[in-house]
Each structure stands twice: as C-alpha cells, then as structure tokens.
Design a protein around this ligand. Structure first.
Ligand code: CBF
Length: 825
C-alpha cells in the first residue's frame, strides 16, 4: 500500500482493543480487534477491507450466536410445536447489513469501524451475495425466514448448501449472456456454523424387499453423508434468532484405497466425487424440470436428511409417534420437496413399525403444500432405480387412491402415475394427496388452481383444503435496508419509531394524511432523486455511462422468461426509439427523457430468453450512441442481477414493469418491492398485480392487456385461425421488421425469437402490444404532472401493508401450522 498510514484509523483505539477485557474499551472495537488478531491471525498493520469485513462479520456473528443459542434453549425448555420450511432455494443476499439492522447495532458498528480506519459502507460491499436460489421462490423463502424470526415463531428452514449458487452472468462482445461459476464460498463464510456433530447417512439405489405386508427392508446401493451447516436468522428488534439448516453431501468412506493402491486413481475417487457432487451446484433453471438423476438425488438427499433431523428433535420430546403432527408441521415450498411424503411413510412403516393407515394419517396431518407454478413429473424407471423403496410406497398410495370414487377419466387425471412410455410420477398430485392443505400464492393463482389443475381434488377433498396465501416481502430488507432515506422520512413524518411500522406495515397508511402537504411531497421527491443518483453512480462505476437522473426511470428486473415478456418491453423501447427518430428536432425537445433498465438471468439452456438479452444489449448499444435521441432515451441491461443489485434498482424506479401474459405469473414479488418504495406499477391484470391495484386503487396503477379468461381462446385462434402479424398488429410488425433487417446488428440472429411472435405467439404479444404502447403513453402523460405523480407514489407506499411477509407468515401460522409466538425474555 506504499505510503499509506498504518494502522488505518486511530492507533490508540487499536492498542486499547488489544487490551481485551478492559472495561473502558468499547465492546465493538474490542471484539473486532480481537477477531483480527485471533480468528484471522492478522494485525492492524496489514489489514485490508476484505479482512476488516471478515473481522466485523465475526464480531456481529458473536452477537447472533448468543441469541441463537438462547432461542434454541428457550424453545427446547418445554414441548413446543414447530414448523419447518423445506425449500430447495434460499436467496439470502448479503447478511451483514441485515444482521446489524435487525440487532439494532448499525450506528454503533459504523462508529467503531470508522475509529478503526474503515468505513462500514465499504465493508458491506465486500460481502458476496449468498445466491442459493433462482428468483422469486427462493427470495420468498428468505423473506419468510426473516418474518418468522421477527415474529418470534418457532420456524426453521431446511435447504441445501450448494458450493456454487446461481451462475455469474457476463455479457460477451456480441451481446450474448455468458455464464461463469459463482464461487461464493471461496473465502470463509462467517455466517454459517459447520455442525460436524449433526450428520445422517442417506441411501440411494440398492433394492427393497417386502417383509410382512406393507413393510420393507431397503438395503445396498450407495450411502452418502449429509452434514449440517447452520445459518443464524436474526429477528428484527427481538433477541429471537432462528435457524436455517443447510445440508452438504460428503462421501461416507473417504476414497477407495484398494483402487488407489492399484493405480486406478479415477476409480478410487469416483464414489467420493459422486457423493460430493450432490450439493455442488444449484440448478439454474426456473420453472422447467430437468429430467436429470442428479436433480432427483438432490431432492431426496435434502428431504431425507431434513426429516431424519426433524424426527430426532421430535424424539427428544419423548412423545408417542402418533403425536408427531401435534409437534411438527412441514411446509413444502413447491413440489421440489414432495419426496418427503414417501420418505416419512418409509420411516414410519419400516423403522417405526407404524401400520399403513396410521402412518398415512400422520403424514397427511404433517405436510402442507404451496404450489408456485408448473407441475413437474419424474419418470418411473428413474425413481425405481434411484429410490426403489419410495417407488414401492408411491405404488401403494396408488392402491389407496383406487378407493376414490368417480369416473375413470377423473381417476386417470388424479392418479399419481401418468400413463405413457415411460410412466411418470406426478409430483403435484402426490403433494396434494399427501398434504393437509394446499395453497396458491396470490388470489388469482389460487382461484386458477382450484378451478383447473386441482379441480378434481377440490371435488374429492372439499374446498376447505385449498386456500390462498398471497406472497409478501420483508419490510426490513425491502424498505429500511435498501431505502434508509425513505424509512427515515416515514419515521419522521409519522413521528413513530421505525420499529413500529417495520413490524406493522399497515401503519404506513398514516402517510395518506400527508399526501397533499407540499413540504412532505418535496421531501418525498428528494428521496427518490437521491436514490436515482445512487443508481446512476453505480451505472457509471460499472459501465462508464453517465445517466440523466432527471429522466423517468423505468425498470424491469426478473428472470428472463417468455411468459414474463421482456421481449414486449424491448420491442416497446424500439418502437419508442423509431417514433423519436421520426420526429423533428423541435418535437423531440418536448419529449420527457426516459431511462430504461433491464436486469435478469436466463437459464443457460434457454435459447429464446438468451436471444432477448442479446437484443436488449445490442439495441442499447445503438440507442445510447444515437446523437439525435440519446438525451431523451437510453437503455441499460445491467449484468449479473442479484439481491444486492435489486436493493439499488428498486428504490430508484419511477415506474416498473410486470407485464406477464395474464394467468401466467403466479404472484410476483418484485411488484410489491417497487410499490413499497414509491415506484408506480405498469402491468397486466395478473398475479399479485391485481391485489396491489385493489389496495392502492386502480387509478394509481397502469393496467393493460387481455384478461386471463380470454387467453385460452386467443391461443386457440392463433393455432387454428392464424392472422398475419402485419394485419393483426401493424405497429409491432414494423418494429419486428426493423430488427429483422439488422437495424440492431446481427440481422438473422434474432429470427428464432421473432418467429415465436410471428408464428404461434403463445405469449400473445400481438394481442397486447397496442394496449401496452397506449399504457406507456399514459405513463408519460402522468409523469408530466409531477405533483400528481408524487401523490400517486405516496399513496402506493401507504397502502402496501397487506404485502408484508409478516402477514403472509401469520396466515401460514394460523391456517396451517398452528404454532405460537414465543418471545425470548
Ligand atoms: O411464489 C414466489 C414466486 O415463485 C415463482 O418465482 C416460481 O414459481 N418460481 C413464481 O414464478 C412467481 O410468480 C412467484 O411470485
């Protein structure tokens, strides 16, 4: 570091810190200095920001650990019913900032760190995101953990500790998405505790032999070790600290020494490599099922280890196994953990000697199933090979299912087995039959479930088994942490401590009283402006571009998927660009400037989604360089979307887009995050957009497009009575022709993408394009009247109370889990 002064900060503070137990030394500096010395074996004289971050994180972790231990003791002190959230994905993002806010220690640490010569803000930037998830489903799980701990509920999460989380997204010279591994564990992860004392043997393959009736013995095959890693989940403004237990796979018996001695190195490490591979990487596909053995292996490994752990904890209570559901509720986050159903059956039948009917009764009182999306299936032969005992049990459940009344077609639809070559196991049917309750994630989605894919089950079980829990987001991360200026303004205006509205988001309604107050409006606008500047700074540092922060910021951030229709958005941007080009310079002067942001990853094998990214990037290259228009329209694709990037983008948005084909987005949760931060919503009548509009008032959102009931008919028409795009939607045809002609480079490259619209148009871009352009126009007009826009923004934030994940978790706690809050004294 050349001539830089060492140590950074005040030398006396460092020296005092080293005096250790001395009461005069503030705790925080003492503990950070202590970790620099003892955990990192470094000194003030050679400490960089990465080291300072590690030491600060370890010091914060000490606080968490004390609370975490006390919470476990507290809940263990008397028999307590617990709920377990099984999710293959937990998209946690960064921890340090969140932990400091939840502990109420942020200011104190900021001071202490400053005295040691660093800045807390810089240290926060050192942390890598824990990106063990793809998108909405994984981030929802993370919000639910925060809400459970904050409401002092006995809830644990169970997931997998992937060595590599969601891939890093890079953009290649031709504008294409490139993928690189995400080595998030490269440096020590201060937020986890390896538990070498908590391990389970997990079996795969082998054979299952029936012994007396429904019991069997499963033996042989491969055994793998599941090792627990615990992640502390601090509640907000409470000492209660819950646990997220993540499993790592390890070989059970080192490597094969005989093969090694015989010089066959590959064979020697084969089985240990295959064991470690189970948790090596998160599957980067959203919504589609990989017919891959490893994926099924992950699902079984995780559910089996989690159930073994849950059962061990239950057994400590010394209660009869029939009382299992009185002490345990398990939420299945989508169909991924469905194997937990036959696994619990296996344990009860084969290990606990429980008769079939009693076992099934326990199972169906323990599980609850949340459906988020499409319905995956697993080929029977694969299941038979990997999990022979479970396949037997599933076939046995089929015989139970045969008792169901009704016609044969209905039975065939409800069956756990889909006929064909090969046969398939329908995981959603299994999850539905094996669970006590089933829910969708927004009103429209739950209605669709009840009316379509689950209809036969509704007829059979009765409607009360099927209900709705609209998703939610944690206001701690998605307001206070990502937008401290706004949360401070709200606290000052409402004259409330932050904790009051961060724990009861409906209190934001109090803002309505101030919507007409010009002074408050001014402050509100100033907060937005400063968040726009923060984003502009980020863009300048990462891309070199300078952004006009007076422009309207329009944001669409989510996984790249045809149904989410980023393609509609980029074609809309090009439409705008062409319209600007056709104007005279005088006309252009009257146009309000706009900056459009996209961010999101496409699954590496999703060709069409990747073409959309390429089109956005290449269109941006042309549009941002065009001297005639660049001051009034610019476009950015920000690579490597993550929770941390969302935390910068969301508070800066004036308008955000949630424009899925009606009936395809189960809920969406970023829509809630934008609105909570005072961004307005442009969207289709889909998922949670509908409930947001119900809360904030339709006059405060910009809706467009066909409604869900029309979608099937329109698709039918496209299939059987196609109309050429030039006739159906000339405006869109013009844009597509420009792209096709090579105006944005690479003529021909985009044809497969454009053909999806020209030919079948399954996602109905030709049907919704005109009303979309119309809606964008309304947005432009509304933005001209800045005072009215600010009022809409205030009203939107004020009415977001319903979308707190605290409310959603209460819904689960009461409707499903039957658990109670228990605050640590
Ligand atoms: O429920 C949380 C989210 O889950 C998805 O992301 C998913 O199934 N992977 C849905 O697509 C979202 O609509 C939903 O908000």
């Amino acid at each position: 570091k050349g001539k830089e002064k060492w140590p950074r900060g005040d030398e006396k503070v460092w020296k005092d810190g080293l005096r250790g137990v001395d009461k005069d030394v503030p705790d925080i500096t003492r503990s950070v200095v202590h970790h620099v010395q003892t955990s990192l074996a470094r000194q003030a004289y050679n400490l960089d920001e990465a080291g300072a971050y590690q030491a600060a994180a370890l010091s914060v972790r000490d606080n968490l650990l004390v609370n975490w231990n006390e919470t476990q003791l507290h809940f263990n002190s008397k028999p307590t019913k617990r709920a377990y959230y099984l999710s293959l994905e937990f998209l946690m993002g960064r921890t340090l900032d969140n932990a400091l806010l939840n502990l109420g220690l942020k200011n104190k640490y900021a001071d202490g760190i400053t005295k040691l010569g660093f800045s807390l803000e810089d240290l926060l930037e050192q942390e890598r995101d824990a990106a063990l998830g793809n998108g909405g489903l994984g981030r929802l799980a993370a919000c639910y953990l925060d809400s459970s701990a904050s409401q002092e509920l006995p809830v644990w999460g169970y997931g997998l500790r992937y060595q590599y989380g969601i891939f890093q997204q890079l953009i290649g010279p031709d504008g294409s998405q490139l993928e690189a591994p995400d080595p998030w564990l490269q440096h020590d992860n201060p937020w986890e505790l390896p538990r070498s004392d908590v391990t389970y043997d997990i079996r795969f393959y082998g054979h299952s032999e029936r012994v007396d009736g429904m019991k069997a013995v499963w033996s042989g095959g491969q055994e793998v070790l599941a090792v627990a890693y615990d992640v502390m989940i601090p509640g907000y403004a409470t000492k209660n600290t819950n646990n997220l237990r993540l499993w790592e796979s390890k070989p059970k018996r080192g490597f094969d020494l005989n093969s090694f001695n015989a010089g066959d190195y590959e064979r020697a490490v084969e089985s240990s490599n295959s064991a470690a591979a189970i948790t090596s990487v998160l599957y980067p596909n959203d919504h589609t099922t990989f017919g891959k053995e490893l994926r099924l292996k992950q699902q079984y490994f995780w559910t089996a280890a989690s159930l073994a752990d849950i059962l061990r904890r239950f057994k400590n209570l010394d209660k009869p196994i029939s009382e299992f559901p009185e002490y345990v509720s398990i939420q299945l986050n989508d169909t991924h953990p469905t194997l937990a159903i036959p696994e619990l059956m296996r344990i009860l039948l084969d290990e606990e000697d429980v008769p079939w009917d009693a076992a099934w009764d326990i199972v169906t009182r323990t599980f609850f199933f949340t459906n988020h999306t499409v319905l995956p299936k697993w080929p029977v032969p694969l299941m038979q090979h990997l999990l022979p005992r479970h396949m037997q049990i599933i076939f046995d459940i089929v015989t139970v299912e045969k008792k169901f009344p009704g016609d044969r077609e209905k039975l065939a639809r409800m069956s756990l087995i889909e006929e064909g070559f090969p046969q398939n196991v329908r995981m959603a049917n299994l999850a539905c039959i094996g669970s006590r309750k089933v829910n969708g994630v927004a009103e429209l989605h739950s209605d669709l479930l009840r009316a379509t894919i689950m209809k036969d089950f509704v007829d059979f079980f009765g409607i009360s088994k099927f209900f709705n829990v609209t998703n939610g987001i944690t206001p701690r991360r998605w307001l206070d942490q990502c937008n401290p200026l706004l949360s401070q303004l709200i606290a000052d205006t409402l004259k409330l401590p932050k904790a009051t509205f961060l724990k009861d988001l409906t209190r934001l309604e109090g803002l309505l009283k101030f919507e007409d107050d010009p002074n408050f409006q001014k402050k509100w606008a100033a907060v937005k402006q400063s968040n726009k500047e923060r984003l502009a700074h980020y863009v300048q540092v990462t891309t070199g571009h300078i952004i006009n922060t007076k422009a309207m910021f329009d944001v669409q951030i989510k996984r790249l998927h045809e149904y989410k229709r980023q393609t509609l958005n980029i074609l809309g941007v090009i439409h705008r660009y062409l319209a600007l080009k056709a104007m005279t310079p005088e006309e252009r002067k009257k146009v309000n400037p706009k900056v459009v942001f996209f961010a999101g990853k496409a699954a590496p094998g999703y060709y069409i989604a990747k073409l959309t990214i390429r089109l956005i990037v290449n269109a941006a290259r042309i549009i941002n360089e065009d001297p005639e228009t660049k001051d009034i329209l610019s476009l950015f694709f920000l690579p490597d979307y993550s929770v941390s990037l969302a935390e910068i983008l969301i508070p800066a948005s004036d308008i955000s887009q949630h424009i899925s084909t009606a009936g395809t987005e189960a809920s969406g949760t970023s829509n809630m995050k934008f609105c909570l931060n005072g961004g307005l919503l442009l969207g289709t009548v889909d998922g949670a957009n509908i409930e947001i509009a119900e809360e904030v008032g339709e006059q405060n959102v910009f809706f467009f497009g066909h409604l869900t009931p029309a979608v099937e008919d329109l698709r039918y028409q496209h299939m059987y009575h196609p109309v050429p795009i030039e006739q159906k939607c000339p405006g869109l045809a013009k844009v597509i022709n420009e792209v096709s002609a090579g105006r944005f480079g690479d003529a021909g490259v985009y044809e497969p993408l454009l053909n999806t619209i020209r030919q079948n148009d399954y996602y109905l871009l030709t049907e919704d394009f005109d009303s979309y352009i119309q809606a964008l126009k309304l947005v432009d007009e509304a933005y001209q009247d800045r005072t009215e826009w600010i009022k809409k923004s205030i009203r939107t934030t004020a009415k977001m109370g319903k979308f707190s994940s605290d409310r959603a978790i209460q819904d689960y706690a009461q409707e499903c889990w039957n658990i109670e809050s228990n605050k640590l004294p």
